[in-house]
Design a binder for this molecule. Structure first.
Ligand SMILES: [Mg+2]
Length: 354
């Protein structure tokens, strides 16, 4: 039997607001938010826990937040200091963990599998990380620990704030069963709605649904969801770093010099890329086309956009434009590829809203 993995997810509690409190301790315990001014149609980027008691949450229009709490203290973002603190926190994690994957300004996975003899030794290390962050930096973090990324991520949110949730090897299914499906990162609002229509609400319901039923409804994503519901998630910490971009490429069995079959390939690859984007519930800001001639001369050309791109039609349209512009239309190709990057998640979208 192979060794159980030890994977942790650390998420700082109300990070932006907590940094503001460090800078001005007088704000402690008060309802504060970081974000734009209400008269400038600002939105809440982050809310302190006292502010959350009023139902204020990130992405809410600031005008609405002020309506809910007349004592609300609005602070414009100090993004530089958030970055500084973020770097300090990541340094603390790095001082203890050999493998770390930062996934946002205030969250990171770390894996201790190969540096510990017994699974419980990892708990000691994780506790020490949490303690260092609290004692040396003055910030609170929530940590989730389990045998894979999916459960670790759910775990860090489970007892937030100041949480420390451990789901031991063998306890994964029991832990997941009563949770609503949307707790799984990778099952978003739309998918949840569709699952609910199939009377699938809890992870246990998902587990009890035949994989084939899920596959017929959701394709590859269905298979993945079925695996997740069975606590199977083999993603490594480095792998996901690579999904900062998604791409497809085809090397042809013989070189192609006609446009129409090349466009067909481009279309099917665009579809695959779009499916992957949908699965990760993200959008891309850049589309790239890769062209390799028979003599191995290779060019990549890309175009970036302000708004996120997600559909196959959008990707295919942009890729076609790039392809037609940069292929010389005379020399045959041995490879064609299409990719997207500049992937946006909820976090970075908020940051860009400032
Ligand atoms: Mg956080």
């Amino acid at each position: 039997m192979s060794k159980d993995r030890f994977v942790a997810h650390l998420d700082l509690d109300a990070f932006f607001c907590a940094v503001e409190v460090l800078k001005d301790p007088g704000l402690k315990g008060k309802p504060i938010v970081v974000g734009g001014r209400p008269e400038q149609r600002g939105v809440v980027a982050a809310a302190s826990y006292p502010a959350r008691k009023y139902g204020i949450h990130s992405a809410m229009p600031m005008a609405e937040a002020v309506r809910r709490c007349s004592d609300l203290i609005i602070i414009s973002h100090g993004f530089k200091s958030y970055k500084t603190y973020s770097r300090i926190i990541m340094g603390v994690i790095r001082s203890e963990a050999e493998i770390i994957q930062q996934v946002g300004i205030d969250e990171a996975f770390f894996e201790l599998t190969d540096q510990i003899d017994h699974w419980d030794d990892g708990i000691t290390i994780a506790k020490r990380i949490k303690q260092k962050i609290s004692r040396d930096v003055g910030l609170a973090a929530s940590i989730g620990i389990s045998t894979n990324k999916m459960i670790a991520k759910i775990g860090s949110d489970f007892e937030k704030p100041d949480g420390f949730t451990v789901v031991r090897p063998g306890d994964e299914l029991k832990f997941l069963a009563p949770l609503t499906v949307q707790k799984i990162s990778g099952i978003g609002k739309q998918t949840t709605k569709r699952l609910n229509e199939m009377s699938i609400h809890k992870v246990l319901d998902l587990r009890n649904t035949p994989e084939k039923t899920l596959m017929d409804r959701f394709g590859k994503h269905g298979i993945q969801m079925s695996r997740w519901s069975n606590a199977i998630d083999k993603r490594s910490l480095t792998e996901e770093r690579e999904t900062k971009s998604i791409s497809q490429e085809r090397t042809f069995s013989s070189d192609i010099h006609h446009e129409s079959p090349l466009l067909e390939k481009l279309e099917s690859m665009s579809e695959k890329v779009a499916q992957q984007l949908a699965k990760e519930e993200t959008k891309a800001r850049t589309v790239t086309v890769k062209i390799r001639y028979a003599d191995f001369r290779t060019i990549t050309r890309q175009q970036s956009f302000q708004v996120g791109i997600q559909t196959k039609e959008e990707i295919f349209q942009i890729a076609t434009k790039l392809f037609r512009k940069y292929w010389d239309h005379t020399h045959p190709l041995r490879l064609l590829g299409v990719g997207v990057s500049g992937l946006t998640d909820k976090e970075s979208q908020l940051v860009l809203d400032f």
